[in-house]
Write a protein that binds this ligand. Sequence first.
Ligand code: ADP
Length: 366
Amino acid sequence: MALQISALFSRVRVPLCTGPLSRVRANIQGAGVKFKHAVSAGRPLHQLTGTPATSPVRGHINAKFSTTTAAALWRSSQGNGSLSPRLRRGRLGKVTVGVAVGVSTVVLVQSLHTGALSAMALKVNLNSAEGDWKETKDFLLSLSVKDRRQYYRTSSSVPLDDIPVWTPTAGSTKRTFYPRNEKFDQRISVYSGDITKLEIDAIVNAANKTLLGGGGVDGAIHRAAGPMLQKECASLHGCETGEAKITCGYGLPAKYVIHTVGPIAQKGVGEVEKKALRSCYKNSLEVAAKNGARSVAFPCISTGIYGYPPEQAVHEALATVREYLDEHDDELDRVIFCVFLPADKELYLQNLPLYFPAEATVKSKL
Ligand code: ADP
């Protein structure tokens, strides 16, 4: 039996990718407050490259299509079909499409799910807070990395393959805290740059307890992901220090964002702060693994506005990741320490051989 589906009208705004705007922010230590302003204090200024929403160029196409044409349009909206110049122009703006399709019941039933996703695809607008975050999330998570690329709100993503693996070199340290495990030789990276650009399974956000966005890396992640991220975050009802909660990455190249709340250490570091920082790393890795995320990037949690001394934080981060990998060595393919400041990069490079040594002997322990 042939069914007619007519007047399936969808309005689409495909976000325009824009180049990064640079911003300057500084870590400000003071009274447990996360400042969001560009002020220099405490640690050195560093650059943020956010990806703000832009005003999309808009165009309109009104047309009727056969199933073949509809499929071609859908493929092209996924970025892998060939398009007429007119349709191609339409991809850069708001497209109004009327589709009249004749299909058999069997095909209709079989393709209901795909059809729903296709219709959904035409509605995704990651520059706007309008729309259902759950549907958007389901849709984005159903896509392959390649198909998801057209929804990134940045034009400069960094794929996992372009993130070099850190390899320990023999003789690089006289002492080690953990035994050698060659399985980990290809699992660790130290990446200098903006975490919001990484096209990996999950990036970790150093969030505050509200999960509604803040300064530092938190602000950068929310800006780059777009307003849907905050909508999903609002549904999580906050997060306690040391815990971790996961959301979709929305307009980010990362599929997921894992939000964790680091300890505030402006008054010094005691056992409570140490334990909380370790929990951030451990719980984030657990949440990642639970959601099938095999590549995870961490910023230097708590070492910015929250004031944890970076050289102490590095040890907690490395010890926790090493212990997690020891216990769950088949769960994760890559753990990336994403550093923003040259001093933090140095700290990781100096200390990594203690936790992931190239040689077999354990000569000392903290
Ligand atoms: P916290 O409140 O946990 O201290 P901050 O965001 O202030 O979090 O700082 C945590 C770390 O994140 C700092 O080392 C800071 O330099 C770094 N950072 C800030 N922006 C980014 C970014 N876009 N990508 C990666 N790291 C960042």
